[in-house]
Design a protein around this ligand. Structure first.
Ligand code: ATP
Length: 449
């Protein structure tokens, strides 16, 4: 069973300012969302966790931040100009909307229906024959559109990594197997509506290209499939709603000798969170051909060289966030009232601890500020002294804050505070002097994979 419905998650994300439709004062724009304060913090945490797993906890991967607009030949070499097309169908019934046939078919399959019999999901009308259209956004460099050079907003971050392969080899002092990791925005002219941040026009990708000796490609493909699946489990996603799905022969891209999707059981059914592909030597060979540069690794001792094969785990930040929100959304009963709570893992929660003074009496706000100041330098903390304590807890529960500290009479007497746990609802007394260390331990305590 999916953990929550899409409507519940969308409503909470908007209510608490995590994620909401972009350009709303103009009526919004299709498949485009803005991230508010807590959404930004959540996104940063997801990206930080990825960098941690990819770069900081290993010695064999380096970071890169390449340009969004690359030389247009890039997309000829990669095959995106000719091949990055999708079948577009139009509703012949009442609504006349356009859809991607492959998406409608995937959704039908996820619902257990016959993909060959899809109709318009909006009005039930018959669909036209599919037409191919390119997903890349095109623009022009130069002041006059006709005379300028046509360029494209990158539809994936991966190609920038291949373009900088030689450069990186020179300064990073690595030899295969080694990887180059990048996080950044990509753009696709997606026309399928709906499903919140699952499919957007602009989105952030977390991609890593792992360059290996050709005869080790199979081994590393298996390794990265498992590694990436485990990463999601460590972020608190339940194993029952995570799976690896190997692509069938018909689904495989022309360059790939193996692709597995890490899938999550979203409210829309099992869908792709991340793709892990064994890309062979396709990309380096193509860019070598189109650029005239030699893109290979040469053993300095033997002088022998080869074109490394590439294993690529390609994840989406938005899809990870959506999975985390769906997974974390929960309701229970507290003091006779229904409570909505985001049970986010502390490592990704936007705010780790809220400091809530109970009384406005002299001495209380001062101690509360002191506690807050001591915590905020260590972790994302929030100070809230406005309104009834129940309402303040509810706000923090809804944005997934795992811990809350209250300052009361006893604090003034013995310098202890109450530490409330969002999930167990236990309240313990902890000395102020030990609070930061105690919280630091709890927040960084990761779920074993
Ligand atoms: P799909 O088949 O769902 O369109 P894809 O197989 O084309 O996805 P990839 O090219 O493998 O996607 O991109 C890698 C990852 O980037 C995806 O697993 C997903 O997390 C993310 N991604 C791709 N397209 C989008 C999009 N339009 N909006 C949000 N995330 C996306």
């Amino acid at each position: 069973m999916p953990a929550a419905t899409m409507d519940e998650v969308v409503a909470l994300a908007k209510r608490r300012g995590l994620i909401f439709p972009a350009s709303e004062i103009y009526g919004g724009i299709a498949n485009t969302y803005d991230y508010g304060h807590y959404g930004v913090l959540l996104k940063r945490n997801v990206i930080d966790e990825w960098w941690r797993a990819m770069v900081f906890e290993r010695d064999d991967i380096v970071a890169l931040d390449s340009a969004i607009i690359q030389h247009p030949r890039t997309w000829e070499a990669s095959g995106h100009l000719a091949g990055f097309t999708d079948p577009l169908v139009q509703c012949l019934g009442k609504c006349k909307r356009r859809f991607r046939l492959d998406h409608l078919q995937e959704e039908a399959e996820a619902r257990g229906e016959d993909p060959a019999k899809v109709v318009c999901p909006v009005c039930g009308g018959e669909l036209s024959e599919p037409r191919a259209f390119n997903l890349m956004f095109e623009t022009t460099i130069g002041p006059v559109q006709e005379a300028g050079a046509a360029v494209y907003l990158r539809p994936e971050t991966a190609q920038g990594i291949f373009l900088d392969f030689k450069q990186t080899l020179q300064y990073a002092r690595k030899r295969p197997p080694f990887g180059i990791a990048q996080v950044g925005k990509s753009f696709r002219n997606e026309i399928t509506p709906g499903n919140f941040i699952f499919r957007t026009l602009e989105f952030e990708q977390m991609e890593m290209e792992f360059f290996v000796p050709p005869d080790e490609a199979g081994k590393w493909y298996d390794y990265w499939r498992q590694e990436r699946l485990d990463w999601y489990a460590r972020l608190g996603i339940s194993r029952e709603r995570l799976r690896l799905r190997e692509h069938t022969l018909e689904e495989l891209s022309h360059y790939s000798s193996g692709t597995a999707d890490v899938e999550y059981l979203y409210p829309i059914g099992w869908s792709e969170l991340e793709g892990v592909a064994n890309r062979g030597d396709f990309d380096l060979t193509q860019h070598a051909k189109f650029s005239g540069e030699k893109l290979e690794w040469k053993d300095p001792q033997t002088g022998k060289g080869y074109v490394p094969h590439v294993i690529e785990p390609a994840a989406g930040v938005g899809r990870t966030i959506l999975a985390l929100l769906c997974e974390a959304y929960d309701t229970d009963e507290l003091g006779g009232e229904e409570r909505t709570v985001l049970r986010l893992h502390p490592s990704v929660a936007p705010v780790k601890v809220a400091v809530l003074p109970l009384l406005r009496k002299a001495g209380h706000p001062e101690v509360a500020r002191e506690v807050y100041e001591s915590l905020r330098t260590r972790m994302s903390a929030e100070y809230d002294d406005g309104g009834a304590i129940g309402r303040r807890y509810r706000r923090q529960d809804e944005i997934g804050t795992p811990y809350a500290v209250t300052i009361d009479h006893q604090t003034i007497e013995d310098r202890t505070v109450t530490l409330r746990d969002r999930d167990s609802l236990t309240q313990e007394r902890v000395p102020i002097a030990e609070l930061a260390d105690e919280l630091g331990r709890r927040v960084t305590n990761r779920t074993p994979a």
